[in-house]
Ligand binder design. Structure first.
Ligand SMILES: NC(=O)c1ccc[n+]([C@@H]2O[C@H](COP(=O)([O-])OP(=O)(O)OC[C@H]3O[C@@H](n4cnc5c(N)ncnc54)[C@H](O)[C@@H]3O)[C@@H](O)[C@H]2O)c1
Ligand SMILES: [Zn+2]
Length: 398
């Protein structure tokens, strides 16, 4: 309804337009995704139009190809077996894995150019297979080409299967700021294949577990106890334990997106980003030599100690968290944390304002009140945070 308003000579009438769009994203856990007998990928493509032959272009993480040299042939064989449903418009395209693809817009442009040349339209599919970085970059390509092409994510690292792949965000880095350019764009489907994780280097298996500890700490004490009880199995990457850990972590992330009330993060809070304000800064300070998960582990140790110093968390709980993280294989200190700027202030503390700026609004940091209980605070005492950093440093050197 038009609502005329008058203010002096100025006339204005506001027409409220309201609509909501329901999203439904299948997240599938499987093994042997490209085994020609596995229907998961075919079913995902055919979900809305079962009788159509679907055009698809596939981008594959080159680090993944190096670890699975037979992968490209398997994809081709799968498409051939399901040729009635899948029209692979060209052979899969290798793209740089890791932060490299997110750190140069050239890769985004070049993928968009490919979609242009292949006449990919909104009913075609862009499939991304790889770690979180490749999914973030190709997700952005899919979301922006023709304002949104159907996008299937096939995450291949622990972190992308239990966290980023099941989320709704994409993005690349610009001006030295992580995820400066990106969008919220739920994928068409997410297909997790445990076999990819099994062949991942140990370092990446460990790194991805940080997100499971994180979401357990802020949301699910029972899951934290489970991780503690199975820390031997997880530290040795036992398959069933890894599968359980990935799935529970993904479920908790999915629950936050569908029930948290703010899937596109328009508020000031990033409720699942416990330990992340310093992690993002540490990643950029080390030019991504520290992996996201490794930085998050340190960030969680730091914020746990801070919570104790601030009187939020019972003393001793921070030690329990640190001991678990170390047992899983994390190192809880990096020399870049001690770096000072010209003013003598610790550079890592700039991460607080950068974290706020990324969202806008009020600084909102999730801390712990107990295991399984995240609480939001809007102020961080720099003196206490320095003390927390000292504690983490001294502890790691002991
Ligand atoms: N969009 C989101 O919501 C969100 C959330 C968390 C993290 N992220 C982003 O995810 C990225 C980190 O993702 P990641 O931890 O998956 O690491 P990654 O994508 O950086 O990959 C790490 C390395 O593993 C290689 N690789 C990938 N799969 C492999 C496999 N199965 N076997 C062997 N090697 C393989 C890659 O080539 C790369 O060299 C960061 O850029 C981070 O910002 C995004
Ligand atoms: Zn994270």
């Amino acid at each position: 309804m038009a609502a005329p308003a008058r203010s002096g000579q100025i006339q204005a009438s506001t027409h409220w337009q309201r609509f909501s769009v329901p999203y439904e994203v299948p997240v599938v856990f499987t093994e042997g995704l490209f085994d020609p007998d596995n229907p998961v990928l075919r079913d995902a493509l055919c979900r809305l139009e079962p009788d159509k032959r679907h055009r698809a272009v596939v981008f594959v993480d080159d680090g993944l190809i190096a670890a699975h040299p037979q992968l490209l042939a398997s994809i081709a064989a799968y498409a051939q077996r399901h040729a009635d449903a899948i029209d692979l418009v060209r052979e899969p395209i290798a793209v740089p894995g890791g932060e490299k693809i997110k750190s140069d817009l050239h890769f985004v442009e070049s993928a968009q150019q490919t979609l242009f040349e292949l006449h990919i339209d909104r009913h075609s599919f862009v499939i991304a297979i790889g770690g979180g970085a490749v999914l973030d970059a190709i997700g952005l390509v899919a979301a922006t080409t023709h304002r949104g092409v159907r996008h299937i994510r096939i995450p291949t690292t622990v972190l992308s299967q239990n966290d980023s792949g099941v989320g709704v965000k994409n993005g690349v880095n610009l001006h030295g700021v992580k995820n400066f350019v990106g969008s919220f764009a739920p994928p068409f489907a997410v297909l997790n294949d445990l076999d990819f994780v099994a062949a991942l280097p140990d370092r990446d298996k460990i790194a991805g577990m940080a997100e499971a500890v994180k979401v357990a700490l802020i949301r699910d004490a029972e899951f934290f106890l489970w991780i503690e009880r199975h820390s031997d199995d997880l530290a040795t990457f036992e398959r069933a334990a890894m599968a359980r850990m990935i799935r529970r972590c993904a479920e908790l992330h999915m629950h936050q997106i569908s029930h948290g009330g703010d899937p596109f993060e328009s508020g000031s809070a990033r409720p699942l980003d416990y330990g992340h304000w310093s992690a993002h800064k540490l990643e950029s300070l080390t030019r991504n030599h520290v992996r996201h998960g490794e930085a998050v582990a340190i960030g969680m140790a730091l914020d746990a100690r801070y919570a104790v110093l601030a009187g939020l968390l019972a003393p001793g709980v921070e030690e329990r968290i640190c001991a678990l993280l170390e047992y899983l294989g994390f190192e809880l200190w990096h020399p870049a944390l001690a770096k000072e700027g010209a003013s003598g202030e610790l550079v890592i503390l700039e991460g607080l304002s950068e974290f706020r700026e990324h969202l806008g609004g009020e600084l909102t940091i999730t801390l712990l009140a107990d295991i399984g209980v995240g609480v939001e605070v809007h102020e961080i005492d720099h003196v206490l945070m320095r003390q927390a950093l000292d504690w983490v440093r001294v502890r790691a050197s002991g």
